[in-house]
Design a protein around this ligand. Structure first.
Ligand code: AMP
Ligand code: TRP
Length: 337
């Protein structure tokens, strides 16, 4: 009974590359905080990952690794539903139904589509999946009658689209979907690239010094932070004029809870060396225990399998209920039983 009254959370991460500290601070760390208050569905969105080419064996490895990271980061498998997107076929099915209620115009206006497709040159080599991707994301969310979607800032536009698609469907037929709200953290919603701090940190960057991976060894983390681009002012100050320093301060703040004022005072008159060293240490302190747990979990494939199997069963039950409603309203004849 209690479960029913809890509000619903849905979120996911793509197994399209190794996770960065941006994914962790912008999304995952908040999922952990929300798990007691909400009925949470945390998904490894493998269907999303294939919008760009994936090596099958890497995709398999990363999918399990992300599930292990969810658990190691503190998401309790007893309390939450964790599953692999392709195990719940309702996502693909609902996505088609919603695709027919979406417009090419609105999809091609998405910033992420414009960025990613410009990398691939002319439209003959851009997969249609890249364009349709936000519809699949809408299906993910709407199938669970989700109240809240914890994501980083880059997903805000996709979430607005999901709301529009839901409202359009509700108006065209009759109320079917709950309209979800974004949950974007105040700090950490956009961790920046360590080499080009005006750009978002991304796992798809070509320069490994521009990101910290969740699984980077401690020495590598410390080295990358010591090489992070700052400026020649030599003052630890939270200011738009110092994007590199601002980003490192944000990382420190989200990890240790120290306020920007405290950080400014602590490093006054000291240049950047000690500050960077402490940022490196804070990241290592947070990530090292998680990394150790991930390694242990990956040795126990049976345990992981148990979790994603139970997760897919629970998720399928809920998702299929919404899918049936959609099919019925659209005018499909129910499957004879
Ligand atoms: P993705 O890696 O694109 O599947 O993203 C997974 C989650 O991490 C989403 O909620 C993103 O908004 C979030 N995210 C990705 N990169 C960053 C970043 N640099 N800063 C904060 N959040 C991020
Ligand atoms: N599109 C998201 C990203 O790239 C991942 C994602 C897929 C997602 N489906 C979702 C996030 C549903 C939240 C809810 O970051």
């Amino acid at each position: 009974m209690e479960e029913q009254s809890k509000k619903v959370i849905f979120s996911g991460i793509q197994p399209s590359g190794n996770l960065t500290i941006g994914n962790y601070l912008g999304a995952l760390k908040n999922w952990v905080k929300l798990q007691d208050e909400y009925d949470c569905y945390y998904c490894v969105v493998d269907l999303h990952a294939i919008t760009v080419k994936q090596e099958p064996k890497d995709l398999r490895r990363r999918t399990l690794e992300i599930l292990a990271i969810y658990i190691a980061a503190g998401i309790d498998p007893e309390k939450n539903t964790m599953f692999i997107q392709s195990h719940v076929s309702a996502h693909s099915e609902a996505s088609w139904l919603l695709t027919c209620n979406s417009y090419v115009g609105e999809l091609s206006r998405m910033t992420q589509y414009k960025d990613k497709s410009s990398k691939y040159g002319n439209s003959t080599s851009i997969s249609a999946g890249l364009l349709n991707y936000p519809v699949l994301m809408a299906a993910d969310i709407l199938l669970y009658q989700t109240d809240l979607v914890p994501v980083g800032l880059d997903q805000k536009q996709h979430l607005e689209l999901a709301r529009n698609i839901a409202e359009r469907f509700n108006n065209a037929y009759s109320p079917t979907f709950k309209i979800p709200d974004p949950y974007i953290p105040k700090e950490g919603s956009k961790i920046m690239d360590l080499q080009e701090p005006l750009k978002k940190m991304s796992k798809s960057s070509d320069n490994p010094n521009s990101y910290i991976l969740l699984m980077d060894p401690p020495e590598v983390i410390k080295k990358k932070i010591s090489r992070a681009v700052t400026d020649s002012l030599g003052i630890v100050k939270y200011s738009d004029e110092q994007p590199g320093v601002k980003n490192l301060m944000t990382i420190l703040n989200t990890l240790t809870g120290e306020t920007f004022e405290d950080i400014e005072k602590k490093y006054e008159g000291q240049g950047y060396a000690k500050f960077k060293e402490d940022v490196g240490i804070a990241i290592v302190n947070e990530l090292e225990p998680i990394q150790n747990k991930v390694k242990k979990l990956l040795e126990d494939k049976e345990y992981l399998e148990k979790i994603y199997k139970a997760g897919a069963e629970k998720a399928s039950y809920v998702a299929n209920k919404t899918l049936r409603k959609m099919q019925k309203k659209i005018g499909f004849i129910p499957v004879a039983r």
